[in-house]
Design a protein around this ligand. Structure first.
Ligand SMILES: *Cc1c(COP(=O)(O)O)cnc(C)c1O
Length: 410
């Protein structure tokens, strides 16, 4: 939200083409994805990530042999039940997790519920949960529901600046935080905040939905306790794809899961009459994996397996810094301003702008951009989001998108 710096010189389309032509370890990644609608520039990987090119073939093959022909015998393919673990292992390096500490299952909302309940269980008798007030709604709702059911007491904060005061005055069990704000794209300092929370004897649940698969995340290096992330945003698992669930090893044996299902049982196919939790993170599997959804997820996971997270972060930085400069230079005097932080390490996957005129309608501008072939998203009250995908977005696309925006504003 700092004021726009004066750029050294105007960026040209040729500059953007030169940036795209620079040697980059992710050079082949774009070709692993299918093109979108002709003429469109896709800047909404923060809502639904682009489709891996071979996802349709994988789904067709699963439906044909796994369902139509084999019917129940498809279950004899051991892969299906292993997907939650193997998909997690394929993307663990992107978020600084050990492969065995991560699962792909259920939704972000359900996984948040499971982990907040776990955080409460390991902190008992402490029962205060600290949650952000103005956060992605489901995160807030899940915390409220746990309180409503009598499992916890809620303390709300407007900003992490209030954390020290809140942690000092209460016996806090757990804090739930969005690593990146879904509107402003403000990225929190995971290591610093985790250390602060630990000093007060509490644990933290991080939501990585707007950072995983876009920018650097280091769960192990930050000593984070728990984390979730959406599977269908930057990670490209497909619409409605199951979500990530991470538990630090120190908490994996500490309590039963909030939902005790057969897939999290010590020996699922023993059909034992009583529950016994599986060792490790696997106990947080509740029911049968989403086999069809996971076939699409697998296509994305096979791409991510070969992606160097540092190269991903550098590419994202180059793209999003370029976008910020272009927006300043081309549209800065046309009634918009970049509302996201200007420093890449303080920013998540998208760049947000807002309209400077008091009653300006951000949704109308978003619709005009979509009509002009620039696929963006808006979030009330004032955020227009340009989601940047490190594997598919190009600098020239950003240049072109800003030209179309300029035309609309002009
Ligand atoms: C997208 C998103 C979700 C989505 O939750 P689902 O239960 O998977 O629909 C949750 N939290 C945040 C911060 C998100 O950005």
């Amino acid at each position: 939200m700092s004021s726009a710096p004066t750029p050294a010189r105007l960026l040209t389309r040729e500059d953007c083409a030169a940036l795209d032509a620079q040697p980059c370890r992710l050079a082949n990644a774009r070709s692993a994805f299918a093109a979108g609608a002709p003429g469109t520039i896709y800047l909404d990987g923060n809502s639904i990530g682009p489709m891996p090119a071979d996802a349709p073939a994988r789904l067709a093959s699963l439906l044909e042999s796994g369902w139509r022909r084999e019917r129940r015998l498809g279950w004899n393919d051991p892969d299906w039940l292993d997907h939650p673990r193997s998909l997690g292992a394929a993307v663990a390096h992107l978020i600084g997790a050990a492969p065995e500490d991560l699962l792909v299952c259920d939704t972000t909302s359900v996984n948040l519920y499971k982990l907040l309940r776990l955080a409460l269980a390991v902190a008992s008798p402490r029962r205060v949960v600290v949650a952000e007030r103005s956060v992605f709604p489901t995160n807030r709702y899940v915390a409220e529901g746990i309180v409503h059911a009598g499992f916890a007491d809620l303390v709300s904060i407007d900003s992490v600046d209030q954390l020290t005061a809140v942690l000092t005055g209460n016996d806090v069990a757990a804090v739930t935080l969005s690593h990146v704000d879904y509107r402003s794209s403000v990225r929190l300092d995971m290591a610093e905040l985790t250390a602060l929370i630990h000093r007060h004897g509490a644990t933290v649940v991080w939501d990585l939905s707007h950072s995983a698969g876009a920018v650097a995340v280091d769960l192990c290096g930050s000593d984070a306790d728990f984390a979730v992330a959406s599977g269908y945003k930057y990670l490209c698992g497909g619409p409605g794809a199951p979500a990530l669930l991470y538990v630090h090893p120190r908490w994996q044996q500490a309590a039963w899961p909030a939902i005790c299902g057969w897939m999290g049982h010590l020996d699922t196919f023993a059909f034992a009459p009583e529950y016994a939790p599986a060792p490790g993170v696997a106990r947080h599997l509740a029911g049968t994996p989403a086999v069809i959804a996971n076939a699409a997820w697998r296509a994305a996971a096979d791409i991510w397996r070969g992606v160097d997270p540092q190269a991903m972060d550098l590419r994202h930085q180059s793209l999003s810094d370029t976008l910020v400069d272009l927006l300043d230079q081309q549209c800065g005097s046309l009634g918009i301003e970049v509302s996201s932080p200007r420093e890449h390490r303080r920013r998540g996957g998208h760049v947000a702008v807002r309209l400077t005129a008091p009653a300006a309608d951000v949704d109308a501008l978003g619709e005009a951009l979509i009509a002009a072939g620039v696929i963006v998203s808006t979030r009330k009250p004032d955020a227009l989001r340009f989601g940047i995908h490190p594997l598919t977005t190009t600098h020239v696309e950003l240049w072109e998108a800003v030209q179309r925006l300029r035309k609309i504003l002009g």
